[in-house]
Design a protein around this ligand. Structure first.
Ligand SMILES: [Zn+2]
Length: 268
């Protein structure tokens, strides 16, 4: 009994570290990968991407991407500061780049490396439309959705032999770890169904961040309607394959608007 106790305390501590709360939504998530690992993997991939792709030479549009990104960054930092979470952004080194590509896409890596493809600009149309996309992508990053997805993968991998062995040697503690992971997972199903959850979460957080940055969140409905209209094309754009745009999503965004509008200080 006494020998189990220190291990138990150690494990509980590890779980507490792995367990974190998503800003704004307050959802508990399990992130098993150290932030440092996420950042170094992110930087490596980002540098590689910039080597293999060309930055846009359209100075005005590139400036717009940096301006919108900077405004959302400030809003995120303000939100985190107001909620005593600034430490979570300490390792961020924000960058906002416009890359020359026909692909309809945009993303934000852990650590704040944001890339917008010129191909998405006809759909975002203006600065506010761009704020919808950038707010959403930045929300995925600050909500640690990547870490969470990878952790789900790790947990899935642990499912076979390794876990069975661990269960034999540390039955009680391991079972608790397992339940903590699967208890969460079972609620939504493992792996794939999470993306819907992540999308909803990024929509909600993104709307608030863009509004705090001074943009009208009501434009998000129009943007997603334009994305939905794009669906009919021969090859669905990258952004659409990872961000299915349907009536549910638009309805959901409409339902989220009052919460976002509470942060709105612009014209009616
Ligand atoms: Zn998304």
């Amino acid at each position: 009994m006494n020998r189990i106790k220190p291990f138990f305390i150690g494990l509980t501590a590890a779980l507490l570290i792995a367990c974190s709360m998503v800003p704004i939504t307050g959802r508990q998530q399990i992130n098993l990968l150290p932030q440092q690992t996420m950042l170094s993997m992110s930087l490596q991939q980002y540098d590689q991407f910039l080597k293999e792709n060309r930055l846009s030479t359209d100075k005005e549009k590139a400036r717009m991407v940096k301006r919108v990104g900077g405004n959302i960054q400030k809003a995120v930092e303000r939100y985190f500061a107001e909620n005593n979470m600034s430490e979570a952004l300490a390792s961020y080194a924000w960058e906002f780049n416009l890359v020359e590509s026909e692909e309809i896409n945009a993303w934000c890596m852990p650590g704040g490396k944001v890339v917008v493809y010129t191909g998405i600009l006809p759909l975002t149309r203006d600065e506010t439309g761009l704020a919808v996309v950038m707010g959403h992508e930045i929300a995925h990053a600050v909500a640690h959705h990547g870490n969470e997805r990878m952790s789900q993968g790790l947990i899935a991998q642990m499912g076979g032999m390794a876990l069975a062995t661990a269960l034999e040697t540390k039955p009680q503690a391991t079972q608790q770890l397992w339940m903590a992971a699967y208890g969460l997972g079972a609620q939504y199903g493992l792996m794939l169904p999470y993306s819907r959850l992540h999308e909803n979460e990024a929509d909600r957080m993104g709307l608030i961040f863009m509004t705090m940055a001074g943009y009208d969140p009501r434009t998000a409905v129009d943007f997603w309607a334009r994305m939905a209209a794009q669906k009919g094309g021969a090859s669905p754009p990258e952004f659409l394959s990872t961000h299915p745009s349907d009536k549910n999503r638009i309805r959901n965004i409409q339902a989220l608007l009052p919460e976002a509008m509470a942060h709105y200080t612009g014209p009616e």
